[in-house]
Design a protein around this ligand. Structure first.
Ligand code: ISL
Length: 574
């Protein structure tokens, strides 16, 4: 009997918003946030329905069956996380929001969004919005009002401060805070005659979460999206929401690749007041059935992620994203998850997102396609068997690699003025490389769009497309499909306890996932040569999945198993 969500209309609900359609046939019910697989869509680059070179919501709707049509021909994901789709000037490619309640015409209209929710729910797919609430765009009405009328109702909705005079009478910045994107975190606004604070670009002014009216306006906005049927939210840099009330300078530190790293960020994020906000915010979300959230921690700290996590409310810690392709590193990061989150805590499993180098490139730098795909398949097995909720990033399922983007075409993160690039995070890395449009198949631009896409296609677009891999039983895409559906059939892979197996030989990371009713072993050989290890369990095992397609596990002579180069295997007891 498919799980069907029923929700009585909320009293006083605005007539413009009607209860969401039920999530029909979802594989998981109330605990889908633990058992399900979540897939991040970067809307600009996913599917272009109107041939303008940019992805959009109608295009995404056309691809829902690819994501989950209820059969093993599809990827089988349980939820989609949409990177921001709100109106934005695009200085930070959508993470500078000008109107939280609307849809950027680039992607379609609110009606298209409602249709996306209905069509996704009809397939048992839930929809998460990316909420950028640490800052708005300069173009947001709130900022324009705040800048225009300091004593008006919006005057205190942002972090405005006078400059400070030095002993020579010169006016300096209010403190030493730096922007993550380079330069000071303070920009002078001539209209208001004050500085305003921005953790990121000057086009992304931070809001003042200490202001009760701002906080109420944000929670009202969140409720409107919940009423519209949104199943959850990803919270952009949520641990940066609160700053110290007095805005003191941060202590300096003398190491660090970038100026931003050369401060101890004691006062511009991770403030204790966040906890009280999360209580209110999570109470609102939990007042709607089967919702969830995931907070993006603006630093890779599993301990803090664990402390801020709660049932239904996950927190990205990015411990795995920092790993290179080494068994010891992945094993240590997984063990740290267990140590920090504990058996009752619930981590996230993330190897890719729109801010990081594509995992195939990061884990197999400079590799030929065969090696890259072998590592992509083995990494897929890890993503879908480690304990926690897996978040896949569009394109990783076909082994997509970073796309070299020439300086003249770089979009991110600079604020372009008059076509000139005025700022970038670091010269050798821009995030465009991991945001290239999805190559679906034949036709111009990998079948993404007949016109020049907003960002260049991957150089291997002729040989690495969804269509090519769709029909190949040993492709990366086939591996993802088989692993997602394997995970769906086995509670041990969804919610089972994790225990690392002592792999005597280097290069192998092996662990158990167990529930009361089933036990599975996952073993990954990171090495480029065959490697064996002992699996002292005294049980009989069958092969549930193997990247090298062996039918039986050769666990002979005292549970010794030999894995081929970069082979990943999943064994089922009994
Ligand atoms: O970009 C990064 C490293 O290359 C990340 O550390 C990222 O900047 C940081 O995690 C915050 O990311 C989030 O907020 C930013 C936005 O640019 C990112 O796309 C978003 O994921 C500001 O909204």
């Amino acid at each position: 009997m498919p799980k069907v969500l029923r929700r009585a209309p909320t009293p006083g609900m605005s007539p413009a918003v009607r209860p969401a359609p039920p999530v029909v046939g979802a594989a998981f019910g109330d605990d889908w946030w633990r058992r399900g697989v979540i897939y991040q869509v970067y809307p600009r680059s996913f599917a272009d329905s109107n041939d303008d070179g940019v992805g959009d919501l109608p295009g995404l709707i056309e691809k829902l069956d690819y994501l989950n049509d209820g059969t093993q021909r599809s990827l089988g994901v349980d939820a989609i996380w949409l990177s921001p789709i709100h109106p934005s000037p695009g200085f930070d490619v959508g993470y500078d929001v000008a109107d939280y309640d609307a849809i950027d015409p680039l992607f379609g209209a609110l009606e298209d969004f409602d249709r996306l929710v209905a069509e996704a729910h009809r397939r048992g797919i839930r929809i998460l919005l990316d909420l950028v609430m640490n800052h708005t765009s300069l173009a947001h009405r709130w900022f324009e009002e705040s800048r225009r009328d300091p004593s008006g109702p919006f005057g205190d909705w942002y972090l405005w401060r006078d400059g400070v005079r030095d002993r020579f009478g010169r006016v300096g910045k209010p403190n030493n805070w730096t922007s993550f994107f380079g330069g000071s975190a303070w920009t002078w606004d001539a209209t208001r005659g004050q500085f305003y604070m921005h953790t990121f670009l000057p086009e992304q002014p931070d809001v003042n979460w200490r202001n009760p009216a701002l906080r109420a306006a944000m929670l009202t906005m969140v409720r409107r999206w919940l009423e519209r049927g949104v199943d959850g939210f990803r919270l952009d840099v949520f641990n940066a929401f609160f700053k110290h009330a007095d805005l003191p300078s941060n202590p300096r530190r003398y190491l660090g690749r970038r100026p931003y790293d050369r401060q101890l960020h004691l006062y511009d994020k991770d403030r204790p007041e966040l906890v009280d906000f999360l209580v209110d915010f999570r109470a609102l979300v939990d007042s709607y059935p089967e919702r969830m959230t995931v907070g993006e921690l603006f630093s890779a700290d599993p301990a803090l992620a664990a402390r801020l996590s709660a049932p239904r409310h996950l927190v990205f810690d990015f411990g795995l994203i920092r790993q290179r392709w080494r068994a010891e590193g992945f094993a240590a990061a997984s063990d740290e998850h267990e140590q920090r989150f504990g058996p009752d805590g619930w981590p996230t499993i993330v190897l890719s997102n729109h801010d990081q180098s594509r995992q195939a490139s990061r884990l197999a730098p400079g590799a030929d396609a065969g090696t890259s795909d072998a590592i992509a398949r083995a990494a897929c097995v890890l993503s879908l068997t480690l304990r926690g909720t897996p978040f896949l990033y569009y394109g990783e399922e076909i082994g997509a690699r970073d796309v070299p983007v020439p300086w003249s075409e770089i979009i991110d993160p600079p604020a372009r003025r008059g076509g000139r690039i005025v700022r970038r995070i670091v010269p050798w890395w821009n995030r465009d490389q991991a945001r290239s449009p999805m190559p679906w198949g034949d036709g111009p631009n990998g079948g993404f769009s007949p016109v020049r896409p907003w960002l260049r296609m991957a150089p291997d677009v002729e040989t690495r497309t969804m269509a090519i891999q769709d029909g190949d039983p040993v492709s990366v895409l086939s591996t993802y499909r088989r692993m997602v559906w394997l995970r769906r059939r086995h509670p041990a892979l969804q919610v089972g306890a994790y225990r690392r197996l002592a792999a005597a030989s280097r290069g192998v990371f092996a662990f158990e996932r167990t529930t009361a009713d089933e036990a599975m072993i996952v073993a990954v050989n990171f090495a480029a040569a065959p490697t064996s290890f002992r699996v002292r369990t005294g049980r009989r095992w069958s092969v549930a999945f193997d990247t090298h397609h062996r039918a039986t596990a050769d666990i002979s002579g005292g549970d010794r198993l030999t894995l081929g180069p970069r082979e990943a295997i999943v064994l089922l007891a009994g």
